[in-house]
Design a protein around this ligand. Structure first.
Ligand code: GLN
Length: 446
């Protein structure tokens, strides 16, 4: 069924880097044969799923949408992929993204652009643009993305689907190619809230292979489907409805709050005074971590290797010069600069301190409220080509999602009306490890 739909629309949407039709058919056949003997039938038995191409899949090309990994075939599965396999899912293919998850439009992929299924002249968002577009276009019912500064929620909002960034540590990062290790999280992208919660349930939990995964019990998220939000306290940061946020997004959020109010929730305006420093702080920290994480791509250990190098240094230089795209190079340079001695205190250390202040803003609000609500993005999907030559405008697009990663919190984007023909997203942010309440509100609202 998935492949029939993919044949219908993939020419237009271009969501996949790799389609593994042969592998998927073989796997489906095996599952069919085992169906009788399989004692426990998981909900996901036989379900098709697409995986973002920065999550490693044994024997299946994993490129991070980069030339430097154009021929990289991993010899192991990410923990999340292993869990999906054990539950009987069928991996359909690997989804397009911005190179190494750096971007907000999927235009930074070395291989192709992905088009927004709602309007083929617009971006699907990024960096998990392929994942959101594939779900929105009906190519797969489930996808995994990764979110470092908004890469699950922003494309989910642009494509009218549901995307969850879990609490930092909720899902194992083992096998997720690292961009900024203190911010990265894997999460589900689905068509509705229930599917999303089921998928998170499946992939969540502590993992001995990832020391940053948290040893915190994973609650039964299905308990969240009560429809009951009576007495729930919602905080709405005034910074999230202020300058730079479009009238349509503001109106959609206010309409959503009305719905929740009718259901018995109460809301109040609050302030997150340091959130305005989020973007600057994020781009320093994320670039610093990236410059360190991406040092491993040297032409020796993985992927692409430049030809005609004169010596080892020359090989490193040529491989990286040819293998990385412009945005990745920009971040490596910025990050290396920010970490270099003499500048470290002024940039990296300062940014760490600001990160703490941003986290404290949220801590304070959560003393009196259950969730924080605002738009996912300041505007609906923008046109292809509109921001790609101006990195700062592109970065500014993440202003509402980034503080959540800096604070390590869980947050979902659910569809929340339209601006013309373009979907908008409502962002619901929760306390650490309280995905249940986030799902409860999202489900009641949906
Ligand atoms: N757009 C942001 C960036 O370019 C976020 C990316 C992400 O979450 N992976 O860094």
């Amino acid at each position: 069924e998935s492949f029939r739909r993919i044949r219908e629309v993939e020419d237009k949407v271009q969501a996949f880097i790799t389609l593994d039709e042969e592998g998927a058919r073989k796997r489906a056949k095996e599952l069919d044969e085992r169906r009788e003997e399989a004692e426990v039938h998981s909900l996901f038995y036989g379900m098709p799923i697409g995986i973002k191409d920065n999550i490693v899949t044994k024997g299946v090309l994993t490129t991070c949408a980069s030339k430097i990994l154009e021929n990289f075939i991993p010899i192991y599965n990410a923990t999340v992929v292993e869990k999906l396999q054990n539950a009987g899912t069928v991996m359909i293919g690997k989804l397009n993204m911005d190179e190494f998850a750096m971007g907000s439009s999927t235009e930074n992929s070395h291989f192709k652009k992905t088009y927004n299924p709602w309007d083929l002249e617009r971006v699907p968002g990024g960096s998990s643009g392929g994942s959101a577009a594939a779900v929105a276009a009906g190519e797969v019912p489930f996808a995994l993305g990764s979110d470092t500064g908004g890469s699950i929620r922003q494309p989910a909002a642009f494509c009218g689907v549901v995307g969850m960034k879990p609490t930092y540590g909720r899902v194992s990062r083992f096998g997720l190619v690292a961009f900024a290790s203190s911010l990265d999280q894997i999460g589900p992208i689905t068509r509705n809230v229930e599917d999303n919660a089921y998928l998170l349930q499946l992939i969540a939990g502590v993992d001995p292979h990832d020391s940053t995964s948290a040893d915190v019990e994973v609650p039964d998220y299905t308990k969240a489907f009560t429809g009951d939000v009576k007495g729930l306290k919602i905080a709405v940061p005034k910074e999230y409805l202020g300058e730079g946020v479009s009238e349509e997004s503001r109106r959609a959020v206010l309409a959503a709050l009305k719905v929740l109010e009718k259901l018995g929730a109460v809301w109040e305006e609050v302030s997150l005074p340091h959130s305005k420093y989020g973007v600057a702080c994020y781009y320093l920290l994320a670039s610093s971590e990236a410059s360190s994480n991406l040092a491993r791509f040297d032409g020796i250990r993985y992927g692409y290797r430049a030809k005609d190098a004169e010596n080892l240094w020359d090989l490193y230089k040529k491989t990286r010069a040819e293998g990385f795209g412009d945005e990745v190079k920009r971040r490596i340079m910025l990050g290396t600069f920010a970490l270099s001695s003499g500048y470290y205190d002024a940039y990296y250390k300062k940014a760490q301190q600001v990160r703490t202040l941003i986290k404290q803003d949220f801590d304070q609000v959560f003393e009196a409220f259950d969730v924080v609500i605002g738009p996912t993005t300041p505007t609906p999907a923008f046109k292809i080509g509109e921001k790609i030559d101006d990195p700062l405008t592109m970065y500014a697009n993440d202003i509402l999602t980034i503080p959540v990663n800096l604070a390590g919190l869980p947050a979902i984007s659910v569809p929340c009306g339209f601006a013309g023909h373009l979907p908008l997203g409502l962002q619901i942010i929760g306390k650490p490890f309280d995905e249940t309440t986030v799902y409860r509100v999202a489900h009641a609202f949906e």
